[in-house]
Design a protein around this ligand. Structure first.
Ligand code: PHB
Length: 558
């Protein structure tokens, strides 16, 4: 397990009101994140210094909340954990309000554009519009940079006071190799690397002074060779810097010194539009669909023995924040979570002690450190990865193979299998991911076609005049009404396939989940009544996670 200075608990001891189980649960989540999102339970015991029984109890509580999953002897971060980071991101309003403007700038320049916020003496990414070419690394939402490496840090440090500079120097002294920043390419330990690190740190104060003077900052390969960037701060109406917008490129496209001239005019135009957007009245608080504390993910779980309620309550406090709920009083947190005031207060004291919330004027707000809880690790998540554990559970439950399929992007009558898990039977049917089959003739294909508008459907089916397709429109209408498709002799004689739709956050059909097996003399209706409930439950479980994970992540289907 990589050592990380940031997984250590704060040096000061917790206040007496702090909730010890919540502190332990957050330590387990940080250790699991530091391990790359997957760790043997024994490694978590070792990394946290907690007793085995404690780690087991924490993990089963986090599993019940959908934040981790058990896979054999390993614990794995689960997509439901993203709801904590989502709450922070939604509370800032930055990706919601400024993200579309950043995306437009990326399109206009054909370069990557990111939004980052100050986080202590670091810089945390909160939005990415990536046009990155093969040669450079891409940061993810939630990744943390040291302030002295990269363009935005010099802008943020322009406002630092003496205490923040002290803190920065102490961190540099304690962690000269940037081991506490796992997203940043690690420096070698040789002399040249150390000299490079010292030079970057020594130059930082000059770069900060220049940023203060000019209102922009450049990164000339401070992170890795070839990677260059220019950043400009975005100010709230009251004048304080809330984030920085960076345009990121590569020396193969622009000479480092030429990048500012090439992009600053447009970048400044975007920042002006962003500052206008921040001055506009906030969007009305978005519906409670994004509020698992109000009963979507969390309340649906079976809360088994060993469930530590104080952990669930403490984490629910984080999800009380959201759009239009950027900062909340204790009473508002209690009201939003349904927790007694004393319970909410102790949770907030604990979270503030650990740096996940901050308080002032009797109000609390989440900090970017919330994204340290697995967000960056999970933010590369693909739809097939999200679906796979659910398919495995389905295949195990029904004994037949389970798969996820999408329509191909070429606009034709074709479905592509993107994830599959074989059933337990000897004659199990598996289609390897990547397999393409005609959509109109297969159960997943029919479910996907049924989810399209009439025009899209007609375009995919190319007019559908062939004799075999004559009854297709009526058949697809029925699939749409019934919410499932069943096809006998699909792809081979005796093979029966049953599929249901998986919807995205907006209610569009995103994918189909299906089960395929041999009909084995069973009438179709018997198969449907035996398998449909499990299939629908699987689709619903995938949709729950898609709703959370798809809030700020693209969930690609590679
Ligand atoms: C990025 O968004 O990947 C990025 C931003 C600023 C930098 C380097 C990279 O200085």
């Amino acid at each position: 397990m990589p050592s990380s200075v940031r997984t250590a608990l704060p040096a000061s001891s917790p206040p007496p009101e702090a909730v010890a189980p919540l502190i332990r649960a957050l330590a387990v989540l940080r250790a699991l994140t530091a391990a790359g999102g997957r760790a043997a339970v024994s490694d978590l015991v070792h990394a946290t210094g907690l007793a085995r029984a404690t780690v087991d109890r924490v993990l089963s509580t986090l599993a019940a909340l959908g934040h981790v999953r058990a896979e054999g002897r390993d614990a794995v971060l689960a997509p439901g954990l993203l709801e904590l980071g989502n709450a922070y991101l939604a509370a800032t309003g930055l990706p919601d309000r400024l993200g579309p403007l950043a995306d437009r700038l990326a399109d206009a320049l054909d370069e990557s554009v990111s939004l980052a916020v100050p986080d202590g003496d670091g810089v945390r990414f909160v939005h990415q519009a990536i046009r990155r070419r093969a040669m450079s690394l891409a940061f993810r939402i939630g990744d943390l940079l040291p302030a002295e490496r990269g363009a935005p840090g010099a802008l943020f440090a322009a406002d630092w006071g003496a205490a923040q500079w002290r803190r920065w120097r102490a961190r540099r002294a304690a962690d000269p190799a940037d081991a506490g920043f796992p997203a940043v390419p690690q420096r070698g330990r040789d002399e040249a690397a150390e000299a490079g690190a010292r030079r970057i740190a020594a130059d930082f104060t000059a770069r900060v002074a220049a940023a203060r003077e000019t209102g922009w900052s450049a990164d000339d390969q401070l992170i890795e060779p070839g990677l260059i960037a220019v950043a400009v701060p975005v100010r709230a109406p009251a004048g304080e810097v809330v984030c920085a917008v960076s345009v990121v490129s590569h020396t193969s496209r622009h000479a480092a010194l030429a990048l500012p001239d090439a992009v600053l005019p447009r970048l400044r135009g975007t920042v002006a539009a962003m500052e206008d957007a921040l001055g506009a009245p906030p969007a009305p608080a978005v519906g409670d669909a994004d509020r698992p504390a109000d009963g979507h993910l969390a309340a649906k779980r079976q809360l088994g023995p060993g469930f530590v309620a104080s952990v669930a309550r403490g984490l629910a406090v984080l999800t009380a924040f959201g759009p239009g709920r950027e900062e909340l009083t204790l009473a508002a947190v209690a009201g939003a979570t349904g927790l007694p005031r004393a319970t909410a207060r102790r949770a907030l004291i604990t979270l503030t002690h650990l740096g996940y919330t901050e308080s002032g004027d009797g109000r609390f707000r989440p900090t970017p450190k919330v994204l340290d809880l697995g967000f960056a690790r999970l933010s590369g998540l693909t739809l097939p990865e999200l679906a796979r554990p659910h398919l495995a559970a389905l295949a195990e439950r029904v004994g037949d193979s389970a798969s996820l399929a999408v329509l191909t992007t070429d606009g034709g009558d074709t479905v592509r299998y993107v994830a599959g898990v074989p059933g337990g039977r000897i004659l199990s049917v598996t289609l390897p991911p990547g397999t393409r089959v005609p959509a109109h003739a297969t159960a997943p294909g029919r479910v996907l076609l049924a989810g399209l508008s009439a025009a899209e459907r007609a375009a995919r089916l190319g007019g559908a005049t062939a004799a075999g397709r004559a009854g297709l429109p009526a058949l697809l209408d029925r699939v749409r009404t019934e919410g499932h498709a069943l096809v006998d002799d699909e792809l081979e004689a005796g093979l029966r396939s049953l599929a249901v739709p998986v919807h995205d956050r907006a209610g569009r059909v995103l994918a189909a989940v299906g089960v395929a097996g041999h009909a084995a003399g069973r009438p179709p209706r018997a198969t449907a009544s035996a398998v449909l409930p499990a299939l629908r439950a699987t689709a619903a479980a995938i949709e729950d996670e898609v709703r959370v994970a798809g809030r700020y992540l693209p969930l690609p289907v590679p």
